[in-house]
Unconditional design. Sequence first.
Length: 77
Amino acid sequence: MTRHPIFGLVDPNTNFDLATTAILDTAFDRAIAELRDRGPNSVRESVARRIVTLACAGERDPNRLCDKALVAVGYFP
């Protein structure tokens, strides 16, 4: 199983449970699919960071996580 870059950006002291981790994974996968794998790795890393930041702030809807992360990197779904 390949781990997404999103998991390397989660502070080990952050207490994301398995359900939240699955939500982050879903949001990241959807965002990358929306981008159609275009762009450099830095874009993927920016998307991952934004998703983690939003999740730390309490967002748990994978669609909103994805959409907000894409907008943050200048992609408008």
